[in-house]
Write a protein that binds this ligand. Sequence first.
Ligand SMILES: Nc1ncnc2c1ncn2[C@@H]1O[C@H](COP(=O)(O)OP(=O)(O)OP(=O)(O)O)[C@@H](O)[C@H]1O
Ligand SMILES: [Mg+2]
Length: 251
Amino acid sequence: MKIVTILCQKGGVGKTTFTVNLGKILSNRGFKTLIIDTDPQGNVSTYLNLNKDEENIINSTDLLEKNYDKKIGSLSENLYIIPSNKSILKHNDEKIIGGPKLNRAKDFLASYHFDIVIIDTPPTISSLTQEALAVSDYYLIPAKPEFLAVEGVSQAMSFAKITISSIKKADPIFLGVVLNQVDTRRASFKDFETELKFLLSDKMFNSKISQLTEIADSPFYSKTVLDFKEQSRARLEFLEFSNEFIERVGL
Ligand SMILES: Nc1ncnc2c1ncn2[C@@H]1O[C@H](COP(=O)(O)OP(=O)(O)OP(=O)(O)O)[C@@H](O)[C@H]1O
Ligand SMILES: [Mg+2]
């Protein structure tokens, strides 16, 4: 079981879009996949048209509170979801270094024999993201090429580093940065890419996702890129990204 956290304190960079589409593609390729939402906004459920307040399945607050008596919700044969809702806010502390609360959950999750677990996190510097990092093997940062984005990425990287060095046994590997909502026609894009490559070298994914209206619209219809036509750009780009992800994680 490999656990990957998707994080960035900046809002709207694509954390949930990557969580949902990557989760869907990996499960479709036969990997037993779990998505855990730790964001009080509960967007994973909204994107997938699920009820985030469903009481009969385990949610991320239960996971933090070690209530393992409910079952994990399943969306399709290989795709499982642990949703989040506002109840998780009581565990959100913006000052305290979190960490070990989720540790026991690892044994519980291991009993399901997942191949991959993807954790979506809130757009804040918070102990919820630290909890996710503390149990992860890898972390991934999506970035949207826009003003101050390089600063956003370096803040996310240093937040992760500080967290990892303050929590015993936390040792996730930085998978890299993946660019999202790319519009290569914008004059600033090349400068942005060059600056980021300088900061990251090989920690930048070769594949990137363009700014595409079909991706922007997909949550409205609870669609993932796999619901699009075979030759659709969104689908092809996400499949390419997923291949690179599989290679980098060693799935
Ligand atoms: N490649 C893309 N092209 C067009 N729209 C996109 C793309 N990626 C994401 N979006 C849209 O941008 C918005 C923000 O994406 P998303 O919710 O995935 O970001 P987030 O980082 O999870 O946000 P938050 O920080 O609020 O949790 C959504 O409306 C989403 O549909
Ligand atoms: Mg989100």
